[in-house]
Design a binder for this molecule. Sequence first.
Ligand code: NDP
Length: 408
Amino acid sequence: MVNNVTTRRRFIQAGGGVVAASLAATASSAATLAQARGGTRAMGQPLPEGVKLPSTPPRRKRPDSVGFAIVGLGGYALNQMMPRFDQAERAHIAAIVSGNPDKLRRVGDAYGVPEDARYSYDAFARIASDDRIDAVYIVLPTGLHAEWAIRAFAAGKHVLCEKPMALSSADCERMIAASRRADRKLMLAYRSHFEPYNLEAMTLMEQKAVGAIRLVRSEQSYRMGPTSPSENWRANRMLAGGGPLEDYGIYGLQSALYLTGEMPESVSATTFRPTGDPRFSEIFAHVASQLRFPSGAVAQLVTSYDSAGTNFAHVRGTDGALIMDPATSYSGQKMRLEARNAREFAPGDPSVQFARQLDHFTNAVRDGEAIRTSGEMGLRDLRLIEAIYAAAETGRTVNLAPDGRMRR
Ligand code: NDP
């Protein structure tokens, strides 16, 4: 597990249901299966290697700052998001939720979280009467997102949920329904929508900087492990679905949609799972898909847990190309236009994406601002992921409705 997590983190920081004939089915129906078996439990894990906890407590925030309960003190929460709350205008860490009492103590002390605001999973329901908590940030393994988001709504809190939203579109629909019932906000933590390079790329594509878009190619890969399923949730289909597509390839899928500004009308795909490799006893090693858009543009998306790290998006149009490499990292983005007006872009510091995402959510909570990365967007993406697995499973092109549902 350590190897896997470390390898992935290093790479990123450097820039770097249809049935059981194959894993395709199990991936898209994993959450439903988990429900049928009584659910996959939230369980505390050791403090990830290399975490640096803050040595001074966070600065005081404005009176209207939104108090968050962070659920799941893992690598992404501790290394990326929690340190960024200080940079946000009106977001602060009000509580933490973890299955590891030692982490609750150490992380709580470092972030100045009062002892009575440190919750175990068993005590989670008590957040309902804790007025210091306005919102819950779900940073758990994906197969647990739906259950804990729905519990947070039942406690009357707003929810910021990590990507992907869940492991099935059915669970996404349950989450959206719970948000509506509770009259609380639901936002997906799709950080690239708040990152300067990707925002600039969206503007350039709207302005037809490469002419009419014909091709999008993107790839998100890294070499996982060695690991074993019992050691790492990312290799466990009940928690991770089919694997690389939900976890990493979702960035390529998202890019294809926000760069073209279109929804695909059909998809074809292939998956690969090697035999005899314990890393891939439950998940796929690679997923490749091809989306066709109503304009005639085609996107080729590849994602892998078993090839050397890369993370790029290329858009090729009638008049040139936009090259983003790396495209959606935490930092180190590079972007250039290869067209008549060829140039490199440096639209800002990518590391602002974390705090800007928090500020967008708090603007929605406090001022009712429309959410850019809504639950409906998360649902749309899960529908497309299900269509990709269905296309791979059947070996046929799957036609799609404008909302991403598969046409029968
Ligand atoms: P980690 O494995 O590092 O952390 C997950 C944490 O969830 C654990 O430390 C543990 O916290 C808690 N947890 C509860 N139940 C379980 C269980 N059964 N198995 C494993 N962990 C459990 O994962 P990440 O932090 O990398 O990922 C968490 C979420 O964040 C995922 O949804 C992932 O997709 C997303 N993510 C998003 C990124 C982005 O760029 N937006 C980047 C990386 C991840 P505790 O011990 O406190 O209970």
